[in-house]
Design a protein around this ligand. Structure first.
Ligand code: GLN
Length: 492
């Protein structure tokens, strides 16, 4: 019997159903790997006792030939999803001691389908960041290292705990969220698959809000099939989220392996940016060739508004964040400052102590762009440009079925390299924020290694609610790329 942690989620699911192993064996194997991987700092909370108890419950069901589509499969949960009675931190000091009284819709659906929770994964504070370095719980370390180097690299962000734990086989798959790229960029930097569904496909209820009009949850997994299986359980209409859409959730796994012949693949010239490593350009060309060889038609397209996407994002996202984060005031939950003289100084001191620098920067920017004298010049104008970005994609999708681009402008970089230069850090999201602004589904598939042996991903974007075509394309890319590199296990 193979080591259970070497199985993909779909393989583990099938092996459990075939009674080749038990969920308790798999769960114990994962817990041992997590214990051994302290160097990666991927978990904030490990829920070992709960995991074993639910693995045993799953085994009882599996023994009777019962159980849901994820019965007994062990998952990691980004610590932005509220989990009932289990510490939920959002990577922030201000949520110290927060044990929610409720379960997020996404996680409740995963448990409904039989999954086992291994624990809560590290992330950038309130999901603000691209390197997992803004977490109050310290950076996550990428299991990948450059050839011949032991420098610590970022696993990307904000879902760095999710990407690192999937790449290091500390869980069968993980949940993540993507407001500007936080599923796709970490997937690209760790050789994993990440899917950001269409806005409205997955309920946001019970996920700590960052920028509500952009936030969307999705899976981070070892391969495309696992992402399809995970999304099926995560997606669906939820009355508790008024922006979740009431449409049937397709069987995404059924899309895999379907022919992509005749699909029109758009290649936007504006995604060729200055200073991008030549290898990323080359990989993109390979991706184009792979899709052509699979029978797709390649269409050159132009998305001229792309250059405004980052500036628009860095107005809209902080504006919404400044409003969403107003609730953290030390009154009802989380951290409260010890020293204060009246209610105002209690708020001020609590927020000064509880939030980290990046979160404060976003609150300051967001409050500024929403303030009376500047609202029209910044926020309103950004919303208008956002609409034009959406219109441009709508036009493009009149001509093409999918859009193919690189996922991120670089491979994993060293921890510390960009922390003193926020603009450099924000540039990580140059290829991903457009999908959030337009509400489109997007995915990153590992496609190759750079000269230092580090993974690089390619991104596919699809029409709203056409994740099925995206999965077809992702599977074709995965088959053609044949990416099977793994990080050397240096940790532990
Ligand atoms: N890196 C982007 C930011 O810092 C996106 C984060 C995200 O998608 N959660 O805002």
């Amino acid at each position: 019997m193979a080591n259970p942690t070497d199985l993909t989620l779909a393989q583990l699911r099938d092996a459990l159903k075939a009674k080749e192993l038990t969920s308790l064996e798999a769960t114990d194997a994962y817990l041992a790997c997590i214990e051994n991987a302290g160097d990666l700092n991927a978990f904030i909370t490990v829920t070992a006792d709960k995991a074993r108890a639910s693995a045993k419950a799953s085994d009882a069901k599996l023994a009777k030939g019962e159980g849901g589509p994820l019965e007994g499969v062990s998952l990691g949960i980004k610590d932005l999803f509220c989990t009932e009675e289990t510490l939920t931190t959002a990577g922030s000091h201000i949520l110290d001691g927060f044990h929610p009284k409720y379960e997020s819709t996404v996680t409740s659906q995963l448990w409904r389908d039989g999954a086992v929770c291994l624990g809560k994964l590290n992330l950038d504070e309130f999901a603000m960041g691209s390197s997992n370095e803004t977490s109050y719980y310290g950076p996550v370390v990428n299991p990948w290292r450059a050839n011949g180097s032991d420098a610590k690299l970022t696993p990307g962000g904000s879902s760095g705990g999710s990407s690192a734990s999937v790449a290091a086989k500390l869980c069968a798959a993980a949940t993540a969220t993507d407001t500007g790229g936080s599923i796709r960029q970490p997937a690209s930097l760790t050789g994993t698959v990440g899917v950001k569904p269409t806005y409205g496909r997955v309920s946001r209820w019970g996920i700590v809000a960052f920028a509500s009009s952009l936030d969307q949850a999705g899976p981070l997994t070892r391969d495309v099939r696992d992402a399809a299986v995970m999304l099926k359980s995560m997606a669906g209409h939820d009355e508790k989220d008024s922006t979740s859409v009431n449409r049937p959730v397709p069987d995404y796994e059924a899309s895999l392996g379907q022919s992509v012949k005749g699909l029109r693949i758009g290649v936007p010239k504006e995604y060729r940016i200055d200073g991008m490593p030549a290898e990323i350009e080359t990989l993109w060309q390979s991706g184009i060739e792979w899709m052509k060889d699979a029978g797709c038609e390649i269409v050159d397209i132009s998305l001229p508004m792309t250059k405004y996407a980052l500036p628009v994002y860095y107005i809209v996202a902080p504006a919404e964040a400044s409003s969403n984060l107003a609730r953290y005031d030390g009154v009802k939950f989380g951290h409260r400052a010890k020293d204060y003289t009246d209610i105002l100084s209690m708020y001020e001191n609590t927020r000064a102590e509880g939030f980290g620098d990046e979160v404060k920067r976003r609150i300051l920017i967001g409050t500024y762009v929403l303030s009376a004298g500047y609202y029209d010049a910044y926020y309103l104008r950004a919303q208008k440009v956002r609409k034009r970005i959406f219109d441009e994609f709508t036009d493009a999708f009149g001509k093409v079925d999918l859009i193919l681009t690189p996922s991120a402008p670089s491979a994993a970089f060293e921890l510390g390299a960009k922390m003193n230069d926020p603009v450099q850090m924000y540039l990580n999201d140059v290829f991903t924020v457009t999908a959030n602004l337009a509400g489109l589904p997007g995915a990153s598939v590992p496609a190759g290694l750079d000269k230092d042996g580090l993974p690089l991903g390619l991104q596919l974007l699809a029409k709203p609610f056409d994740e099925e075509t995206m999965f077809k394309g992702m599977y074709a890319l995965e088959q053609a790329a044949g990416f099977d590199a793994k990080p050397d296990e240096w940790w532990g």
